[in-house]
Design a protein. Structure first.
Length: 154
């Protein structure tokens, strides 16, 4: 496939996590006894825009303490919902739509369970959701023609 010269196509997205301590009155029944939080890690479009026309699948690699630590998500929402007790680095591998001919790209996200800063104690008591997310852009330099057409609606 021919490349479109001197052109870069970029797409913005959000990746990150949301976490919350269990409600002590009703812990999830199937959660191991040492787990304290529920959380999710995700990759999504800005304002929840559908990004599945360029993002084919996402592979999340959790801490090795998790059974089946590698989780592959092939359809939106690109997310993993879990419970746990500890914070760790999550490897996020983005696979692009096959027309792109692009190699996967890897990102890292630090799962945050615990609030920090002046309000941290109050947040814990109120069991507020701890959000840690980042804006990112993927850039495709000189994309192949079919992918360029897909991206630009041509
Ligand atoms: C820590 N370095 O010591 C980190 C490790 C591991 C987190 C955190 C439970 C996994 C499971 C879980 O939360 N692991 O029980 O399946 O803080």
């Amino acid at each position: 496939n021919k490349r479109v010269k001197a052109v870069s196509v970029f797409r913005p997205f959000i990746f990150g996590s949301e976490a919350q301590p269990f409600d002590p009155e009703k812990r999830p029944a199937n959660a191991p006894v040492d787990h304290t939080h529920q959380w999710r890690v995700f990759v999504k479009g800005i304002n929840d825009e559908d990004i599945s026309y360029w993002l084919k699948k996402v592979q999340f690699k959790l801490h090795e303490t998790y059974p089946q630590a590698v989780r592959t998500v092939e359809t939106p929402p690109f997310e993993v919902v879990e419970t746990g007790w500890g914070e760790f680095e999550i490897q996020i591998k983005l696979y692009f739509t096959p027309e792109s001919g692009e190699k996967p790209q890897t990102l890292w996200h630090s799962l945050k369970l615990h609030p920090y800063g002046p309000d941290a104690e109050g947040m814990k008591e109120r069991r507020e959701v701890v959000i840690s997310q980042n804006y990112e852009e993927v850039i495709f330099n000189e994309p192949v023609e079919p992918f360029y057409d897909l991206m630009t609606g041509g």
